[in-house]
Design a protein around this ligand. Structure first.
Ligand SMILES: Cc1ncc(COP(=O)(O)O)c(C=O)c1O
Length: 407
């Protein structure tokens, strides 16, 4: 449920929310929540493949580490602003093992209560009113919204299947590049599943160096990759640490979305600026959760493998199912999503409503990820294979195919 604008307790004083907030485009996931609530109110049941909230269990050793710490210190004291020693060391060790990237645990690592807030805090730290960030369009909402919240402007670079969903840097006007403070990218990409290789990251780092732009790389899906593909880190590029910050999340790799845990690594000054935001606005992340995170990273290879296998199986069910219904299913080697075109005659929004109404299946409309997502929808692989098969069967039974869909 989203929080409704309270008509029953109108504000009796003449104060409006910030125009930065009220001008914000509709948050489509909140709209989707309302759509589902309306369906439930009508007694309709549905299979929810909308939000990317994992349904796999947190690895047991991670759960016990959290439990042990939680019982041990009772959580009565505020957690420290700085990351716990164990967590920092686990991050440094994992980044070295996984990418060959060396980090200073004292200055180049920061725990986050989920990567989303850290992505936003970067804009708070660097964007002033009228400032500008560059964001690919299609994008994870906070990449643009954080800049808008600060009264800044976003220059959206279109990304399409033709260019592998990678921004064409030559298409960014010189005056935009000159003004920009931040450039957000996200590979493996939500929602498309597209990936970036080291060659592309090299170009991106050179572009950001030339124009004095901070590069923010969102790696939320870096471990959710298939067919032997391994996602690189932008920090593997020589000199990247002089201008980049990279964000990692435990939500997907270790199914810990409810624990709210992530971290940022990279340039020490940028890390410090985000840290300053955190100290001014909140507190550290609970120690127990950080201890669980350390166990997760120290055993990442063991925990990630079964997770990847589970999503691979799910992806196969959806790809075969939608192919049999007439869709062309482009399969990129990453993420827990499948990104598909809506049939002719629909917008992303009308298709989402139609699919819920006629087949009882909830998907995310593509425009949740910006203008570039119009005409597409996203399926999240957040249910077991049997349930995903049921979703495909429901759509088939409703007589819906890509080319001929009853109105
Ligand atoms: C691309 C991307 N970045 C960041 C996040 C947020 O992750 P966290 O749960 O760590 O805040 C998500 C969540 O869906 C995401 O898709």
């Amino acid at each position: 449920m989203s929080v409704q604008k309270a008509a029953d307790t109108p504000l009796a004083i003449d104060v409006e929310p910030s125009s930065y907030l009220t001008r914000m485009p509709l948050y489509v996931f909140a709209w989707l929540d309302e759509l589902k609530a309306a369906a439930r109110a009508k007694g309709q049941t549905y299979i929810d493949l909308g939000i990317g909230s994992p349904n796999l269990p947190i690895p047991e050793p991670v759960q016990s580490a959290i439990r042990e710490q939680f019982n041990g210190n009772q959580q009565s004291a505020y957690p420290p602003f700085v990351s716990t020693q164990n967590f920092r060391q686990a991050v440094v060790d994992w980044m070295q093992r996984r990418f060959g990237v060396g980090l200073n645990p004292e200055t180049e690592v920061l725990t986050l209560s989920g990567s989303k807030e850290g992505l936003a805090q970067l804009a708070i730290a660097y964007v002033t009113a009228g400032g500008l960030s560059i964001v690919p369009d299609i994008y994870y909402p906070v990449h643009s919204r954080a800049t808008w919240m600060m009264g800044g402007e976003v220059f959206h670079v279109p990304i399409t299947e033709e260019n592998g969903f990678l921004p064409v840097l030559e298409d960014i006007p010189e005056e935009v590049a000159k003004r920009a403070r931040l450039f957000y990218v996200n590979y493996p990409n939500n929602p498309t599943g597209a990936v970036a290789d080291l060659g592309y990251y090299r170009e991106l780092v050179a572009f950001c160096r030339q124009h004095h732009i901070i590069l923010a790389s969102d790696m939320a899906y870096c471990e959710m990759t298939f067919d032997g593909y391994k996602a690189p880190s932008v920090l593997e590029v020589e000199g990247a640490k002089s201008l980049a910050i990279e964000y990692y999340s435990f939500s997907k790799s270790f199914s810990m979305a409810g624990c709210r845990l992530g971290f940022a690594v990279g340039n020490a000054e940028i890390i410090h600026a985000v840290y300053s935001c955190r100290t001014n606005m909140g507190y550290g992340t609970p120690r127990s959760i950080q201890e669980g995170g350390a166990v997760a990273l120290n055993n990442a290879e063991t925990f990630v493998e079964p997770m990847v296998r589970a999503y691979e199986g799910r992806r196969k069910v959806i790809s075969e199912g939608f192919s049999s219904l007439g869709w062309t299913v482009p399969l990129y080697p990453a993420t827990m999503y499948v990104w598909l075109k809506v049939p002719d005659g629909f917008t992303s929004e009308s298709w989402t409503c139609y699919l819920l109404d006629k087949a009882g299946v909830v998907v995310t409309p593509g425009h949740a990820f910006g203008q570039g997502g119009n005409g597409f929808f996203r399926i999240s692989l957040v249910a077991d294979e049997a349930v995903l098969q049921q979703a495909v069967d429901r759509i088939r039974q409703a007589g819906i195919t890509f080319t001929s869909t009853p109105q």
